[in-house]
Ligand binder design. Structure first.
Ligand SMILES: NC(=O)c1ccc[n+]([C@@H]2O[C@H](COP(=O)([O-])OP(=O)(O)OC[C@H]3O[C@@H](n4cnc5c(N)ncnc54)[C@H](O)[C@@H]3O)[C@@H](O)[C@H]2O)c1
Length: 258
């Protein structure tokens, strides 16, 4: 039976976990998912931000659950995945938790390098691994990773080697898991945003001349809005993308097409 295009984009009846969901792109994705009919859980290590996010969305008439989650801690990931699976129809995971370290390699302490890799890459692996245990049993699931244009190019704006390496890893982990799980009903894709105004980029964008520099590199000539990334994530998570797996979709105003 064929469905209508809007039905394929609907997330009705699906439970979704969004890591790093208390802020920025993750929070906007929570809003878009809830409006598309999903039962949404946001997981984040920032408990104050979790409470604020829940209050903010409740004020807008949007219901969601919050759970403390540290994506770098295996025990925390296992516990949250168990709780989300118990809600039923756990079909969507969005890996949005992330951080950066804008420093020359020669100035970058090993601990900071490891922290970025742990959150951005190992966290994505751990959450995907644990979510997949439920999704493989169900025979269906869709995972969307939040990579970055910096995982597709070498950078070239300022030094940020740990971030670049971690996001490049996320792009190829996406391909690798997509191939491993394709025959068993799980799709895994990624989005690669250019620069979005969020707490993560606040200090960067406050630097003199930085915004102009970034816009000069963006063919469409403006910053990416959080909802534009969230809409792309929703598409990839939904049945509208049923034949797409292993793909990284730039949401970048044409940046990587250059
Ligand atoms: N903002 C941008 O310009 C941009 C561009 C490309 C990609 N991204 C990526 O988008 C994702 C979201 O970034 P954002 O801009 O919304 O940033 P943000 O700082 O607003 O949100 C990131 C969230 O991740 C959470 N987090 C960090 N470490 C965590 C951990 N160990 N466990 C659980 N939660 C953790 C933070 O508490 C925060 O709530 C990141 O992966 C980032 O690399 C952002």
């Amino acid at each position: 039976m064929t469905t209508k295009p809007n039905d394929r984009l609907s997330l009705d009846g699906k439970t979704a976990l969004i890591t790093g969901g208390a802020s920025g792109i993750g929070l906007e994705t929570a809003k878009v998912f809830a409006q598309a009919g999903a039962q949404v859980v946001i997981g984040d290590r920032n408990e104050a931000a979790l409470q604020k996010a829940q209050a903010q969305l409740n004020d807008q008439g949007i219901a969601l659950e919050t759970m403390f989650l540290d994506v770098t801690r295996e025990d925390s990931v296992v516990e949250v995945m168990r709780k989300v699976a118990a809600l039923g129809s756990y079909e969507i995971l969005v890996n949005s938790a992330g951080t950066g370290a804008r420093m020359e390699a020669t100035e970058l302490p090993l601990e900071r390098w490891q922290e970025v890799l742990n959150i951005n890459l190992t966290g994505t692996f751990l959450c995907s691994r644990e979510a997949a245990k439920t999704m493989l049993k169900q025979g269906k699931g869709s995972i969307v990773n939040v990579a970055s244009i910096m995982g597709l190019i070498g950078g070239g704006v300022y030094p940020n080697p740990a971030y670049q390496a971690s996001k490049g890893g996320v792009v190829n982990l996406t391909r690798s898991l997509a191939l491993d799980w394709a025959a068993r009903g799980i799709r895994i894709n990624a989005v690669a945003p250019a620069f979005v105004r969020t707490p993560l980029t606040q200090s960067l964008l406050a630097e003199d001349g930085m915004e102009e520099k970034l816009l000069a590199r963006t063919p469409l000539g403006r910053m990416v809005e959080t909802y534009e990334v969230a809409d792309a994530i929703r598409f990839l998570a939904s049945d509208a993308a049923a034949m797409i797996t292993g793909h990284t979709l730039p949401v970048d105003g044409g940046w990587v097409a250059q």
